[in-house]
Design a protein. Structure first.
Length: 339
């Protein structure tokens, strides 16, 4: 009679088998192998039941991680409130999804504010009429992040405020933001103002020369006071030089005539705007800026005339004048201008 035993690898051990008629062999080899085999079976019996449980727990842990919720991506159009005290508009955003805010007028890109921008957003981009943003994570249930923009044209409303929120099941992919059309009263007031300006321009153009100055009241018995403007030693800025000038003052207007030199080796220059202020920072309204040439070539000089509103400052008061080209990159400040 023969007993064959296999270890847990399935390989047959010839030295494990024994015969009943070989008691000495059974005692020396059979019992020792039987005990060893029993210990291995016992160890496997303890390990095997735990394996399915471990796999089950691992799967449960993975299943416990909630997948990103599916959201409907929508495109819509919203109208800004006309009154600043009205509630702001809400825009739904979500982590990993870019939301585009499109505005119907050009924005002042330097004035765009996105609350907590460095910490809460993966990406923010600001264009002339577009603000694109992508949150790093979803916002909390009661959390709101504010976006503020300012329009360049100055029309009402001049600013817009939007509140970013996260809502389940929906996200704004693109939002077109428009300003509320003005009321009939506002349109009528704007029309009346335009008509008054047009009538004034027609009156000025109807009479030319010195007679036109008298007819429009720009020249009267009070006459015109003229003076030479003080020259400045340190008068070179951004490749431009202030050479000198004259100041003219009447009852209803003032005029600064400045001689400007564009230094050799510089790009051609022409004034885009002029800023005139008092020493305390009070602005003086500039009515027009004109130059006797289309532009100044390198090394060329020209006269720039700046007309202002009716003087409300004293004749001996120093004003500060600054010329800027259209790009704003080449400025020429001129202090101590007397008009």
């Amino acid at each position: 009679m023969y007993f064959g035993l296999e270890n847990h690898t399935g390989r047959h051990h010839s030295d494990v088998g024994w015969r009943c008629d070989e008691p000495h062999h059974f005692q020396q080899h059979g019992i020792s192998h039987l005990l060893r085999w029993t210990q291995e079976v016992s160890t496997l019996a303890r390990l095997l039941p735990s394996l399915p449980l471990t796999l089950l727990l691992t799967g449960a842990t993975a299943a416990a991680q909630p997948p990103s919720p599916a959201r409907e991506r929508q495109e819509r159009r919203v109208t800004l409130p006309s009154a600043p005290d009205e509630p702001g508009l809400e825009v739904s955003v979500a982590a990993g999804i870019t939301t585009y805010l499109r505005f119907d007028a050009a924005l002042d890109k330097t004035a765009v504010e996105v609350e907590n921008r460095p910490l809460r957003f993966t990406w923010v981009d600001v264009g002339d009429t577009l603000v694109a943003l992508e949150p790093l994570v979803d916002l909390g249930a009661e959390e709101k992040l504010v976006v503020r923009v300012r329009y360049r044209d100055g029309a009402s409303p001049a600013k817009a405020t939007l509140a970013l929120v996260t809502r389940p099941g929906v996200v704004d992919k693109e939002v077109e933001v428009v300003r509320r059309p003005r009321t009939l009263e506002a349109l009528e007031a704007a029309l009346a103002e335009s008509q008054a300006e047009l009538a004034a321009l027609k009156a000025q153009s109807g009479a030319s020369g010195l007679a036109g100055l008298v007819f429009t009241g720009r020249l009267n018995l009070h006459g015109v006071r003229a003076r030479r403007l003080e020259s400045i030693r340190t008068s070179t800025w951004n490749g431009l030089a202030y050479v000198g000038g004259e100041g003219y003052r009447a009852g209803r207007w003032a005029l600064a005539v400045i001689r400007v030199r564009n230094l050799p080796g510089q790009q051609s220059w022409m004034p885009g705007s002029a800023l005139l202020t008092r020493k305390d920072g009070t602005p003086v309204k500039v009515l027009s800026v004109a130059m006797d040439k289309a532009q100044l070539a390198p090394g060329e000089e020209g006269l720039v005339a700046v007309e202002t509103e009716a003087p409300f400052w004293t004749a001996d008061e120093d004003l500060r004048l600054e010329f800027r080209d259209k790009s704003g990159g080449r400025r020429l400040p001129i202090p101590n201008v007397n008009l």
